[in-house]
Write a protein that binds this ligand. Structure first.
Ligand SMILES: Cc1cc2nc3c(=O)[nH]c(=O)nc-3n(C[C@H](O)[C@H](O)[C@H](O)COP(=O)(O)O)c2cc1C
Length: 337
């Protein structure tokens, strides 16, 4: 079509028409996404088992993180946990609990929360305890659920597959939210990014960029805006901000390419850090406009770069805890067509 129009129109006219057409076509593409997003995302409510499961996963994961913080704040989750219980109840009453390993895991996390506090002889607020037990009892009226167990591990054990067979290496990588004060030398960071650069990219355009922060105050300023690293971000030795350059892409069809290339690069950074025995946790950078602008300013990032993710990292202490982050059953994500 493009070639046909190009042949039909004189070059000077084509050069005027092309940007006008692109403006409309890109707008159309975003409108197409807008309709699909509103229709199928959970923006307008948790109207299916899968949507409800996702919000349950999000909420139980926050509890898992609380249980594995470097210094867990006993009695945490007074607002979050009742919400998690409400979602679990809704799922159990409307869908088949035995079909969801994630909702079962959520109930297991609630049980672990109570056990965790019992072991530390901390009495959980009575109202909260009653709320948790109501959900646990409802779930156990359907099937028996064991408490989950977050991972307690030594540094040596955690990195033992650092040079292993890829499936072992990949399964041994976890989000680490506990770092020692030891500095990561710049030479090591360079090796990490050199390795990450092996990531594939659309037509080899290599649009991922890394911005590394070491100053504790700056890291705090950025993470305060980011908002998802409470209880551990302050320990990060370095904060890696991954962005992608938009200028390499054009047209409606490439509107998400920067995020795909950047996301793949980010995964490679996580693996490279793991290979160099550095603990790390990828952090969300997907924001609504207000926060995006605030982050751009705090990180001093040019407007032609889009945020992909941040990674807090550091060497790890001798012993630490890791959130289990239960995966879906393979059958739930694998379809043979
Ligand atoms: C795009 C993205 C954003 C994330 N944001 C956060 C975050 O803000 N805070 C956090 O503690 N973990 C964050 N995580 C880490 C996830 O919680 C973690 O990857 C997930 O639970 C799986 O656990 P694993 O990394 O240990 O395998 C994020 C992960 C991704 C991929």
């Amino acid at each position: 079509m493009r070639e046909f129009v190009k042949k039909l129109l004189p070059r000077s006219i084509f050069n005027i028409v092309r940007p006008i057409f692109q403006c409309w076509y890109v707008l159309y593409a975003y409108l197409y996404d807008y309709v699909r997003y509103l229709k199928y995302s959970s923006s307008l409510g948790y109207t299916s088992a899968a949507k409800l499961e996702s919000i349950i996963v999000m909420n139980y994961h926050v509890v898992e993180k609380g249980l594995t913080m470097p210094k867990t704040r006993l009695g945490f989750g007074k607002d979050r946990i009742p919400r998690l219980c409400d979602f679990c109840d809704r799922y159990i009453l409307n869908y088949d609990l035995s079909a969801s390993n994630q909702v079962q895991h959520a109930v297991g996390v609630l049980k672990e929360y109570l056990d965790f506090h019992d072991k530390r002889e901390f009495s959980v607020q009575q109202e909260l305890k009653t709320r948790i037990l109501r959900t646990v009892n409802l779930a156990e009226s359907k099937l028996r659920i064991n408490p989950t167990k977050q991972i307690d591990i030594t540094r040596e054990e955690y990195f033992k597959f650092g040079t292993g067979h890829f499936p072992d290496f990949a399964s041994s990588r976890k989000s680490i939210r506990n770092y020692s004060s030891e500095n990561i030398p710049d030479d090591t960071m360079r090796l990490v990014f050199r390795t990450a650069q092996t990531s594939p990219s659309a037509c080899n355009r290599q649009t991922a960029r890394v911005h590394v922060f070491s100053d504790k105050e700056k890291i705090k300023e950025i993470l305060d805006i980011q908002g998802g690293s409470g209880g551990f971000g302050y320990l990060a030795n370095k904060l890696i901000v991954i962005t992608a350059e938009l200028g390499a892409f054009g047209g409606a069809h490439e509107r998400y390419q920067a995020y795909i290339d950047g996301g793949m690069f980010a995964m490679n950074v996580l693996y490279a850090l793991h290979a160099y025995s550095i603990g790390c946790c990828i952090l969300n950078c997907s924001n609504a406009p207000y926060k995006d602008k605030k982050l751009q300013k705090a990180c001093n990032i040019d407007k032609n770069e889009v945020f992909i993710a941040m990674i807090s990292c550091g060497f790890v202490p001798e012993r630490f805890s890791i959130a289990t982050s239960q995966r879906y059953e393979l059958e739930e994500i694998y379809t043979i067509r």
